[in-house]
Each structure stands twice: as structure tokens, then as C-alpha cells.
Design a protein around this ligand. Structure first.
Ligand SMILES: *[C@@H]1O[C@H](CO)[C@@H](O)[C@H](O)[C@H]1NC(C)=O
Ligand SMILES: *[C@@H]1O[C@H](CO)[C@@H](O)[C@H](O)[C@H]1NC(C)=O
Length: 297
């Protein structure tokens, strides 16, 4: 039938979304750019708005952007004394903001995205993959998490913060290291799963805290080897029960899962108000959305 042929042709792009990207390692970091390229290849409309400089550990700080200093942007990715915000001269989707991660994603959401998308807002915010894990007690300090929590809470855009164990700060114009490529593949799988689960993509005030384990040339070196595990950010000894899953009403912590150093991705549902594990009711919504890819630990 003609109509079903048409439908079949349309389906691969049915999940194409407007995505805003940021991080705390800087707009020119290879992990962020590798994911940018993968998201574009998958048909998404992506705008990147990241800090001009390395801004790890700056949590939810937010200040008006200032003129770039005499060293230029990170990895010499913009000239000394460049304006407080700017775009790549040949690709307006790539933007720096000389301030904190929260400020960077805010400028992206409020100013850059509507300008490039005829007034439309992003449908999803992705931060990272951060260079280095953000698990347990590290979470409140992470700018990668801060930007995602801002998107979820203040801008009301569903958000996923991602962080990877492996790698050091690496410029965008180097060949993408194996960890960067594997993290981008894993990130794309989670993103597609959330988009396929339908709108609203996440419950109100929820962001996902995703951590990828160590990847080397010989260890966990392709996305197909990985399992995705639903976790908690913190122990929750005194918290209400988690939703029943894998025969337990207490999920493992993301720290437990990542320190195993196996090919396991941890995914926790975070409360954007306090950056701790969200209540069981909203965890359950997240569980149902991610069910197609989740495994038991
Ligand atoms: C700017 O975009 C061009 C074309 O895509 C690319 O070759 C160059 O490396 C980019 N520079 C930065 C800092 O993004
Ligand atoms: C996503 O992950 C699931 C669970 O491991 C796997 O079955 C599926 O093939 C992956 N999809 C892609 C596109 O990698």
C-alpha cells in the first residue's frame, strides 16, 4: 500500500529531535564534538553551546559571560580577546559562552536556539560526556550535572547528563579516541530510547545522571558489549523504597556499578531541585521508559 510505503520511509526520522548540547570541559572538547557528530548523523537537529574554557566543578554557578582572556578559548579554539559569546565562523551550530556551564546552556536555550530554529525551543538537553565520572558525592559539584539540572528545572527541558571514566581533556580537532566513540554510541542509544518512549520524555524536574565506565583499546571497546543498569545517585538508607526491579526494592548505587569496571552503564533518575535520587514514583516512570534497554546487575 502506498501509505504504508510512505510511513516506512518516514519512520527512521520520526524520532528526530531538536537537541541542545553543553558540558563543563569546554565547547571544544572531543567528547562533546564526537557526540555532536553522532547526533547529527542520526538525523537530529543539534545546537552546541558550551563554556569557552574548562569549567569543571562549578556546579550550578551562573554569571553573565565576559570577554575571552588573553589565552583565547580552551585548546586555542577562539582568538584571545574574543567577544563574551561567539559561534564557529563556518558552523553557527557550534557556540561558546565565556562563563559557566549553566550560563552556557541558558544562552543556548534562550538565545542561540530560537535564533537558528525560528523561535523553536530545544526538546531535549544533553550535557557531556564529561571527561571523568560524576558519581555519588561528586554529583552536586559537577558543571555537567549543573547544566542538565538547570535545563530540567528552570527551562523545563528534559535533560540527560553523561560522564565517562576514561580520557583526558582532548581538543576537538584530534582523531576521536576509542572511549569518545564508544561513549557517543552509548549516549545515542540512551537518547533514542528516551525519544522513542514518547513525550513527555522525562517527568517534571527529573534529569538522568548517566555514567560510562572505563573504556580502553582492549576493554569494553564497543557499545554492543554494554549493559544498562538503573541505579541510585546516593545510598538512600533512610529513603522510601525504590520501585521493584530485578527482584529488589533498593537499586544499586551508580558508584557500585561504575567501580565494578565491567561494561556497565549506570543510569540514575535525579531530582533537579537537590541533585539527589528522585522519588520512587518518578523513578518508576523512568524505569518504564528505559525498560527496552535495561538489564539486571
Ligand atoms: C569550525 O568549523 C569548521 C567546519 O566545520 C571546522 O573545520 C573547525 O575545526 C571548527 N572549529 C571549532 C573551534 O569548532
Ligand atoms: C541499545 O542497547 C540495547 C541494550 O543493550 C541493545 O539491544 C540495542 O541493540 C542497542 N541499540 C543500538 C542502536 O545500539
Amino acid at each position: 500500500m502506498r501509505s504504508s510505503t510512505l510511513l516506512a520511509a518516514v519512520i527512521p526520522f520520526a524520532q528526530a529531535a531538536r537537541i541542545i548540547q553543553s558540558n563543563d570541559d569546554g565547547w571544544a572538547e572531543i567528547n562533546l564534538r564526537t557526540l555532536f557528530n553522532s547526533l547529527n548523523a542520526a538525523g537530529h537537529n543539534v545546537i552546541l553551546s558550551g563554556p569557552a574554557e574548562q569549567k569543571s566543578g562549578t556546579g550550578s554557578s551562573d554569571e553573565p559571560p565576559t570577554t575571552v582572556d588573553s589565552d583565547g578559548c580552551i585548546h586555542s579554539s577562539c582568538a584571545p580577546g574574543s567577544p563574551p559569546t561567539g559561534a564557529n565562523a563556518s558552523d553557527p551550530r557550534l557556540n561558546y559562552v565565556n562563563s559557566f556551564p549553566v550560563t552556557s546552556i541558558k544562552v543556548g536555550i534562550d538565545t542561540t536556539a530560537p535564533k537558528l530554529w525560528n523561535g523553536a525551543k530545544p526538546e531535549l538537553a544533553l550535557t557531556g560526556p564529561n571527561v571523568g565520572s560524576n558519581i555519588g558525592i561528586q554529583v552536586p559539584f559537577s558543571g555537567t550535572v549543573g547544566a542538565a539540572a538547570y535545563a530540567a528545572k528552570t527551562a523545563r527541558i528534559p535533560a540527560i547528563a553523561m560522564s565517562g571514566w576514561s580520557g583526558d581533556p582532548t581538543p576537538w580537532n584530534q582523531p576521536a579516541p576509542i572511549y569518545s566513540r564508544v561513549y557517543a554510541d552509548l549516549a545515542l542509544n540512551i537518547t533514542s530510547t528516551i525519544l522513542r518512549s514518547g513525550s513527555p520524555y522525562l517527568p517534571a524536574d527529573v534529569w538522568l545522571n548517566v555514567n560510562f565506565p572505563e573504556v580502553t583499546d582492549s576493554h569494553c571497546n564497543s557499545a554492543g558489549q554494554f549493559k544498562y543498569i538503573l541505579t541510585r545517585i546516593n545510598w538512600g538508607i533512610f529513603s522510601e523504597k525504590d520501585p521493584l526491579w530485578c527482584g529488589s526494592d533498593r537499586l544499586p548505587t551508580e558508584t557500585d556499578i561504575i567501580l565494578k569496571k565491567q561494561c556497565l552503564v549506570s543510569i540514575s533518575a535525579g531530582d533537579a531541585n537537590d541533585k539527589t535520587t528522585v522519588d520512587a514514583a518518578r523513578q518508576k516512570v523512568v524505569l518504564d521508559k528505559l525498560r527496552p534497554i535495561l538489564s539486571c546487575p
